[in-house]
Design a binder for this molecule. Structure first.
Ligand code: SIN
Length: 335
């Protein structure tokens, strides 16, 4: 999505939210309440499995009253389109990668700072802190109410050549998500970043339109990037996780018993999915290795230190926008 389009959406969101009636009417209908919930990854990924579990538990608890329609694998729309659709009430729930909210809030850029979080436990700790929890309401002015953060996992680089040192990335075209921090990260290692929707990555790798990408094992394996990419580096250099959000007006309009019930189920499935996300990614890594089509390059501590040093300027570049306090809170979580 272009900057202009994002800017327009932001303007419309703020306008919609400002015009919104604070006394929202409660939905009164004999028809089931429909919750359309699209996402772009495969059903077997952490996001896919947790979304399906939400659907199952909600429909078991509210039979005939609430119908959750999960659309996996980008069947219904791209992530960018889902932000717009949620704002306009065409869908009711999203779980979109935190990296894709750049034009709506700068605060989520914290999750893209390279090597900030050393593992999922550090992310979890930060998200559970007061500073982390405050991010759930960072987009209320735009009409998005955050219900939870769901983990995917840690990211690794993949390329048509082994990347042992940052210099190896010089001149490579890297697919990235819609994030200025990720753009700066790739530029800091001499790469040429290309913002691209997830659903286009396989073909771009296959045709050589891009040389490299970064993602989690579950996304890499389920999207079969190993068919078109021979080398994956165990770099653990960043995080992919999701902002699970609803249209705030829709949420406030739900009958109280349903809203409270859905919130309880959201807490339960978040714990369920987040507790399993590491195992799901490990499983994908093993399956990828078993295909015998790609090699996983293990980087030494000295090599990893060079990657860390190469991307360090990105922290300085974004520290004012993200906020030094937030970065400090995240660093404390990582220690
Ligand atoms: C996702 O995990 O939802 C997609 C991440 C990406 O676009 O790479």
């Amino acid at each position: 999505m272009t900057f202009k389009k994002h800017g327009l959406i932001l303007f419309l969101l703020v306008l919609l939210s400002a015009c919104g009636d604070s006394t929202v009417n409660t939905l009164q209908t004999d028809e089931p309440i429909i919750i359309k919930f699209p996402h772009v990854v495969a059903p077997g990924t952490p996001n896919g499995q947790t979304a399906s579990r939400f659907e199952q538990l909600v429909e078991a608890r509210f039979p005939g009253r609430v119908d959750v329609e999960v659309y996996p694998s980008g069947q219904l729309m791209t992530d960018d389109d889902s932000l717009e659709a949620l704002a306009f009430g065409e869908i009711q729930m999203i779980a979109v990668s935190l990296s894709k909210f750049d034009r709506l809030t700068r605060a989520f850029q914290i999750f893209d700072l390279p090597f900030l979080f050393s593992n999922i436990a550090a992310v979890e700790h930060f998200q559970a802190s007061d500073e982390g929890k405050s991010l759930l309401t960072a987009l209320v002015d735009s009409g998005f109410l955050g219900l939870a953060f769901w983990h995917n996992g840690m990211k690794h680089f993949g390329a048509h050549i082994p990347l042992r040192l940052p210099n190896d990335a010089e001149g490579l075209r890297f697919r990235i998500m819609e994030s200025d921090v990720l753009q700066a990260q790739m530029e800091s290692i001499g790469g040429n970043p290309q913002k691209m929707a997830y659903g286009e990555v396989y073909q771009a790798l296959q045709t050589g339109a891009i040389d490299a990408q970064e993602n989690t094992w579950s996304n890499i394996y389920s999207s079969k990037f190993h068919e078109v990419q021979p080398y994956f580096m165990l770099s653990n250099h960043g995080y992919v996780g999701y902002f699970v959000a609803v249209n705030e007006q829709f949420w406030k309009s739900l009958p109280n018993d349903i809203r409270f019930g859905l919130e309880e189920i959201m807490v339960e499935v978040t714990e369920w999915g987040n507790a399993r996300s590491i195992a799901m990614n490990d499983d994908s890594k093993e399956k990828l290795l078993a295909t015998g089509r790609s090699e996983i390059v293990i980087l030494t501590d000295q090599e990893l230190e060079q990657w860390r040093m190469a991307v360090q300027p990105v922290w300085e570049q974004f520290s004012d926008e993200i906020g030094a306090d937030l970065i400090e809170a995240a660093q404390i979580s990582s220690n």
